[in-house]
Design a protein around this ligand. Structure first.
Ligand code: ZN
Length: 860
């Protein structure tokens, strides 16, 4: 069934308070809930109310103390409807649930012997009857009961207010004074280790910080703790947001569908997003932990105190919170590098989503399963839309607007329009047209041409958004273009009489021309900082790109110039118009410039030297022949490997560290060094294997160890097999490290990897019930290994695996299925094969998987 934004109606009744009793026993958990109902003054008067409930075994229902018989309510298809309700009433329900067999990991489930919950978006209805919608906000009082020995720790939201023992069992009651939607409910029962610390807030209150994990992982919590404290301080400084409860808890769980969840006062995290130790976690992993810990913490205000009216407004909290975590990470690390990483992610992952069958607006109009809309568009594009508002208003006004937003809507469930209203009121600018960013799907294309005229220099902009499913007509958007014009030395020239050298042009019509009093020959540096999420088309000459790459002060523009050079070279190879060695030779001077300056910022150099992915290259060619794209990609990489081999060799050897450091500079060094080693191997240099094996034998940290392993495996160097065996032996008890072991193998480029994947799925350590493990193989194959995936065997294996995952966990199956979204771009032969396979899966698919597959199969 389709849910539509235009059908939104407020709930007939509100739930002012909830008293829950969760009684955990082996084989059955009994949930008793008492709801204080009150007719909603903001809704049309009705005496009927609907409560959601999925997979609940109903024991009893009582209204105002009177047991309801089966004729006085209707419970079917997940909906319980009561009618004849008075103005105020108390509804008590008793239900049984089966967390031990909950493999969908939605609601209450068991992970490695620990009970935990995931309620966003609609998991709470798997726990008890409730109006499971975010505009119903209630205060919760929760009692958890379980065996004392096996579950010494009983947690829920808020503060513990009472506890007791009954023989072998015990119970704890928690009270959360802040009204919240039920998607923020959480509960944990288990035997966990705790890292504890204290944070003193800006107003001097002490907050106990408690991070929980399995006992063996206690030594992997320090980084998350440091990140949390930094995030708390940062949010006070940057947004004036202070933490409100006396306790802040994070629990790490091994079975988790997403990255993490911001439940009030009791975050629950995928172990992959909270555990970190140099020996077991890569540098990228450390950065991920920092950003996810911050993200979930920031939700306490942008999401929890002020929440969403309905799930169409999901980006209200997610887009804003991603923007907040991006700015936080930028402040903690190198802002320029962080921006390029974020843009890289957006253009290589969100853009394709926005240009394919799953394209949807940041505020979608309809959905079948809301789980399918936790997308890069809602999160990442949503963050870009907030970022544009930040830049349009400027930091100071933006802060005034967010102050207004938090003050005005505290304790309420609101909309994206409410957010923009605050921006509009504070700045006094009409944001009417800007709001189209929320309602219009698709990636805008901004084509720019320049003209040198006697009066000066002219830039003409044309914007166009291609149609997306269900949205044929597109209107012009407000596109801020931050720009400069660079002279022959790469210096920005004055753009006007006042001598400004950088400017923000606002493109809000289909076509607009801007004049600059500039007579010399210039190179336009456009969309600086990636000032809007658009595809920018400008017919740059090669020498202009080389100039931007070596001279532009803007990190994004440098990176973008490098991308254009790489793409153009590989495009010619795909079309058979050139030779790899010629292309590498042409790139060489520019790359050498980057290498010469690498010491300024190793991480930035690594970003500039890294080729765009094979998937990204494929997205430029239609109909898509993945084998030809693979060939071109490999060829250019090998040729660059050979052309600059002396550089790669010296970077591989000279950047070697002698002692472990975990700061940004050290991480950047390792990143560049791993890249250099990879190019060295691609070029077939005889030293590559030796260096990789040496590094693998005595690594200082996981980034080194895994980088060496990846080079050995992906280039089939001698020693690869032995290293894989050794790695598995070393790390067999560390699930997150073994995920990497699986994924390194599943992502090895080349058709023959599909046989490896088939074996990995049969490996004793492979577990269909652990999302991280499933992703490490199927996600790696379908998402980042096009040459193995796009084969008859690849499609078959993918489809079978999809069906198998779907039977256990529909959310994960639907997410992985998105990798097939390029179906309609494939050349006819492959398209036919993949289509057949997907159609076969469709027959038994869950509602989640069906929505994604249907959109993909009908998409074009
Ligand atoms: Zn979030």
């Amino acid at each position: 069934t389709t849910t539509r934004l235009k059908d939104y109606l407020p709930p007939a009744y509100l739930v002012d308070s909830v008293t829950l009793d969760v009684d955990i026993h082996d084989g059955v958990t009994t949930v008793t809930s008492e709801l204080a109902l009150r007719r909603n003054p903001a809704a049309a008067v009705s005496d009927a109310m609907m409560f959601n409930g999925e997979g609940l075994t109903l024991r009893s229902l009582a209204l105002d103390g009177k047991v309801l018989d089966e004729n006085s309510y209707r419970y079917e298809d997940g909906e319980l409807v009561l009618s004849g309700l008075p103005e105020k009433a108390t509804l008590v329900s008793v239900v049984d649930i089966d967390p031990e067999n909950n493999t969908a990991l939605e609601g209450l489930y068991v992970s490695n012997g620990m009970y935990c919950t995931q309620c966003e978006a609609q998991g709470f209805r798997h726990i008890t009857f409730f109006p499971d919608r975010p505009d119903v906000m209630s205060s919760f009082r929760t009692t958890v009961r379980a065996d004392k020995k096996r579950y010494p720790l009983l947690l829920s939201n808020g503060n513990p207010v009472a506890q007791g023992e009954e023989g072998e069992r015990h119970w704890v009651t928690w009270e959360d004074p802040f009204p919240k939607p039920c998607y923020l409910f959480a509960l944990v029962a288990g035997d966990l280790a705790c890292l504890e610390d204290v944070f003193v807030t800006c107003s001097g209150r002490e907050v106990a910080l408690r991070l929980y994990a399995e006992h063996r992982d206690l030594d992997k919590l320090d980084h998350a703790m440091a990140s949390l404290k930094n995030a708390m301080r940062w949010d006070e400084h940057t947004y004036g947001c202070e933490y409100d409860l006396d306790i802040y808890m994070i629990v790490a769980v091994s079975h988790f569908n997403m990255g993490a969840m911001e439940n009030k006062g009791l975050n629950i995290f995928n172990t992959a997003c909270v555990l970190a130790h140099p020996a077991t976690t890569t540098d990228a992993g450390f950065q991920r932990v920092e950003s996810v810990v911050a993200h979930e913490y920031f939700h306490n205000w942008s999401g929890n105190r002020v929440t969403c009216r309905d799930w169409f407004q999901l980006s209200l909290k997610e887009g804003f919170t991603v923007f907040r975590d991006q700015m936080f990470s930028a402040d903690m690390n190198s802002a320029a590098v962080k921006r390029v990483e974020d843009v890289d992610f957006l253009v290589n992952h969100q853009f394709p989503e926005d240009q394919g069958p799953m394209a949807h607006a940041v505020r979608p109009e309809e959905f079948e399963k809301i789980d399918n809309f936790y997308t890069l568009t809602i999160y990442e594009k949503g963050a870009e839309i907030v970022r544009m508002q930040y830049h349009l208003l400027g930091a100071e006004q933006f802060r005034k607007a967010t102050d207004l937003y938090f003050a005005r809507f505290d304790g309420q469930a609101v909309t994206c329009d409410d957010f923009v209203d605050c921006m509009q009121e504070v700045s006094g600018t009409d944001m009417g047209q800007f709001r189209r960013w929320y309602s219009q799907a698709g990636t805008p294309v901004l084509s720019v041409v320049d003209q040198v005229a006697p009066e000066g220099y002219r830039l003409t902009f044309r914007q166009h958004t291609p149609p997306t499913p269900g949205q044929a007509e597109k209107l012009p958007l407000v596109i801020p273009v931050r720009m400069a014009l660079l002279d022959a030395q790469g210096e920005p020239v004055p753009l006007d009489e006042e001598g400004r050298r950088e400017q923000v042009l606002i493109i809000d019509q289909q076509e607009q021309t801007f004049h600059f009093p500039v007579s010399e020959s210039v190179t336009p540096s456009l969309l600086r900082g990636f000032s809007a999420p658009v595809v920018l088309e400008f017919d740059y000459r090669k020498d202009q790109l080389a100039a931007l790459l070596s001279h532009d002060s803007d990190g994004y523009c440098r990176w973008s110039a490098a991308q254009r050079l790489y793409f153009a070279a590989m495009d010619r190879l795909v079309k058979g118009q050139s030779s790899p060695d010629l292309e590498a030779a042409a790139l060489q001077p520019a790359l050498e410039q980057v290498i010469d300056r690498a010491g300024e910022d190793f991480a930035q150099a690594a970003l500039l030297l890294m080729l765009p992915s094979e998937v990204a290259l494929g997205d430029r060619h239609s109909p898509l022949d993945p084998a030809a794209v693979h060939e071109a990609h490999q060829q250019l990489k090998q040729a660059i490997g050979r052309a600059l081999q002396a550089h790669w060799l010296s970077l591989s050897e000279n950047l070697l560290a002698t002692e472990l450091q975990m700061d940004g500079v050290a991480m950047g060094r390792r990143q560049l060094r791993n890249l250099a080693l990879d190019y060295l191997a691609a070029g077939g240099h005889p030293e590559a294997a030796r260096i990789a094996v040496e590094l693998f034998e005595l690594p200082l940290c996981m980034s080194e160890e895994l980088g060496a392993l990846r080079t050995l495996v992906h280039h089939g160097l001698s020693g690869a097999e032995q290293a894989l065996a050794q790695f598995a032996q070393r790390w067999k008890d560390e699930a997150l490290v073994m995920d990497q072991w699986f994924s390194v193998q599943a992502s090895a480029p080349g058709e023959s990897t599909i046989d490896v994947v088939a074996e990995l799925l049969e490996h004793p350590a492979f577990d269909w019930k652990v999302p991280n493990r499933v992703r490490s193989v199927l996600g790696a194959l379908a998402g980042s290994n096009p040459s193995a995936f796009n084969t008859p065997k690849g499609y078959q294996l993918f489809a079978q695996a999809l069906g198998r995952v779907d039977a256990l966990n529909p959310q994960i199956a639907a997410r992985i299925a998105n990798a097939a979204a390029r179906l309609h771009r494939l050349e006819p032969g492959r398209q036919q094969l993949l289509r057949q396979q997907l159609q076969a899966v469709l027959e038994t698919a869950s509602a989640n998987l069906r929505e994604v597959l249907t959109r993909i199969l009908s998409g074009d």
